[in-house]
Ligand binder design. Structure first.
Ligand code: FAD
Length: 393
């Protein structure tokens, strides 16, 4: 079991007893408070002699002294040195939680030459921003990203860590939680706090039929991944003040080598950020008919989505799947073509501003959430829509 040592600053008087007791000369008094140095081997002699119970050694992640963990840390993803929407949504949510828990909001951003993002994150409400700059962090690499994040969490002891449930967040968060031996609630749709100050994490369970509420009472930090587009983005406030801490991380081992990054073409990607999505379902009948969906998306300047049925059939890749086991989207316009409206699909798109459903079955569940419903054959309706839109544009 991995262990961790820390000095409880509020209790330490700087008396120096621990310093004399340490056989490894691994304690210094800095600014009137004991500070543990790298040579520490967790022998515990310092804790034995401390009359103020100011030194704590615990199995990392497991603690009975939760009050020693403070602050909400948000992992903010960047792509090509631009902040992603979900990171800003998490910052907004962290600010609301921090107000209730009376704590600070911290952000961490990893990348290559991402220096400028620190100040930007302060303006979005972070009180402290940790910026790790290294060429190896340019694109996501599991080993490197998890090492940096784990080291930071061990050093700063945040009580809550929030990560976006993106393709990256969904692999990074479990890695980090496993190394720290703490709990993780994946794919949350709502966060709140209990009266005792625990993070109350809500997520769909049992096929979206119930909402489970989960707390993590005995392990720290409390970790959650949150779906993009379900929280309100932080507002920019240029007057907000904070501190940017830049550091070059110590990355010991990276077992993979990134050879090439292949980006999907714009009409087929970035569902979570899109304002217009045209989605196709099994009603399309065959993969070739997806051309109709692509053409309608193109004339509208939108992107292509799909139901799980068409992803499972191999008509389109998983990155386009909308729903419980795909992406949660909330565009201005969502057009569902030949999609029945199973609950698992609806949980991923029902918060869209305007939903247009095209289905030949008037009893299809998709019509229950649709703003406009068109009952009819999609092979007649979509070409007519495309022709009309081409005339207008
Ligand atoms: P169908 O249900 O077969 O619907 C096809 C529709 O097309 C019908 O309503 C039909 O009336 C209509 N249609 C047929 N021909 C035409 C035509 N010519 N013109 C107009 N309309 C036509 N599903 C998701 O989508 N996303 C998820 O993330 C997801 N996660 C899941 C997780 C779990 C644990 C489980 C158990 C299921 C999940 N599913 C998910 C699957 C989900 O339950 C449905 O099976 C799936 O959404 C159905 O896809 P569909 O609407 O394309 O197909």
């Amino acid at each position: 079991m991995e262990e961790d040592i820390r000095v409880i600053e509020e209790k330490c008087t700087g008396c120096g007893e621990c310093l004399n007791a340490c056989p490894f000369s691994a304690i210094k008094i800095l600014g009137g408070i004991a500070s543990i140095l790298e040579g520490c081997n967790l022998c515990g002699m310092c804790r034995e002699v401390c009359n103020f119970e100011a030194i704590e050694i615990c199995e990392f992640g497991v603690t009975t002294k939760n009050e020693n963990y403070k602050g909400i840390l948000v992992f903010v993803e960047q792509h090509d040195n631009s902040l992603t929407g979900v990171g800003l949504e998490l910052l907004g949510e962290a600010r609301r939680l921090a107000a209730r828990l009376k704590t600070d909001v911290w952000a961490v951003v990893l990348g290559d030459k991402v220096d400028g993002l620190g100040e930007e994150l302060i303006s979005y409400g972070a009180d402290k921003v940790f910026v790790a700059d290294d060429s190896i962090l340019k694109d996501y690499q599991g080993d490197a990203y998890s090492q940096v994040l784990v080291d930071l969490i061990k050093k700063e002891h945040p009580e809550i860590v929030l990560i976006g449930a993106t393709d990256i967040g969904r692999v990074l968060a479990p890695r980090v939680a496993a190394i720290l031996r703490t709990g993780l609630t994946a794919d949350c749709t709502e966060l709140s706090t209990t009266e005792d100050g625990y993070l109350l994490q809500t997520r769909p369970a049992f096929g979206g039929n119930i909402m489970a509420q989960i707390i993590c009472p005995e392990h720290r930090p409390q970790m959650a991944t949150v779906r993009p587009r379900v929280m309100k983005k932080a507002e920019k406030d240029p007057a907000h003040k904070g501190e940017v801490i830049r550091f070059i991380p110590k990355i010991k081992e990276v077992r993979t080598r990134l050879i090439k990054t292949i980006r999907e073409t714009s009409r087929r990607a970035n569902l979570e950020e899109a304002e217009i999505i045209v989605s196709g379902g099994r009603g399309l009948g065959s993969p070739e008919n997806f051309k109709l969906i692509e053409e309608l998306a193109e004339v509208l300047g939108g992107v292509v989505g799909g139901s799980r049925a068409v992803v499972d059939a191999g008509w389109i890749t998983h990155s386009h799947q909308v729903g419980q086991t795909g992406k949660t989207v909330s565009p201005k316009l969502y057009i569902a073509c030949g999609i029945s409206g199973a609950i698992q699909h609806l949980v991923g798109m029902k918060t869209s501003e305007c939903i247009v459903a095209i289905n030949k079955d008037p009893g299809a569940s998709i019509f229950d959430v649709a703003t406009y419903g068109i009952v009819g054959d999609l092979f007649e309706i979509i070409p007519a829509l495309i022709a009309e839109l081409r005339c207008i544009s």
